[in-house]
Design a protein around this ligand. Structure first.
Ligand code: AMP
Length: 184
């Protein structure tokens, strides 16, 4: 019997300004399904979240969505996922997503995505987990974030290990390879 591997995807609840972002989200959803990995995400049917989930489902993949009650209407919580978990609050949502995945992928997104990214990165830094974290840098969207992280290290507000907690990848195919290595 093989163990189901799960990948948590953090990404924007909006589509962003460039078609490449939605394209990357769709490719990510399809890639996860074709590799046999379950998508764990925020359960919304909006923005890149919806694009990722719909693509994973269309390719026959398993999906787990986690959303707090109050966001069900705003983020159009998807009820046709393999599993939908409705939580009381955002903290529980992030915890359930984190506990149910083997690796974390961060696609382009806004403040919520940044919050999720820094939470898992800072948890890794203080030794709370060793789950691999990948940053999909579609059209160099995350370059300012990478520069900020380097600045934080250069100004000695974090050790250089901050930069070792996550791996930026340029394309979804790079992500596939990186995940294959991490989940092997
Ligand atoms: P965004 O990147 O801002 O579009 O948000 C992506 C996801 O993160 C959405 O499902 C938001 O509900 C969620 N989110 C927004 N703000 C926060 C926050 N402070 N903590 C955790 N998740 C958040």
């Amino acid at each position: 019997m093989t163990t189901l591997r799960s990948v948590c995807v953090f990404c924007g609840s909006r589509p962003g300004a460039r078609p490449a972002y939605a394209q990357a989200a769709r490719e990510t959803g399809t890639m996860l399904a074709t590799e046999g990995w379950r998508l764990v995400y925020g359960a919304g049917d909006v923005g890149l979240m919806g694009d990722t989930a719909r693509a994973a489902m269309a390719a026959g993949g398993k999906t787990m969505g986690v959303i707090p009650t109050h966001l069900m209407p705003h983020e159009k919580g998807k009820r046709d996922l393999t599993q939908l978990v409705i939580t009381e609050d955002m903290h529980e949502r992030k915890k359930v997503m984190f506990m149910n995945c083997d690796a974390i992928v961060v696609l382009p997104g806004g403040g919520g995505t940044l919050d999720e990214f820094f939470e898992v990165v800072t948890w890794a830094m203080i030794g709370l987990h060793r789950k691999p974290i990948f940053l999909l840098n579609t059209e160099n969207y995350w370059d300012p974030l990478l520069a900020l992280c380097r600045h934080v290290v250069a100004e000695d507000f974090a050790s250089a290990s901050l930069l070792a907690q996550f791996r930026p990848v340029a394309e979804v195919e790079d992500l596939r390879e990186a995940l294959r290595g991490a989940l092997a």
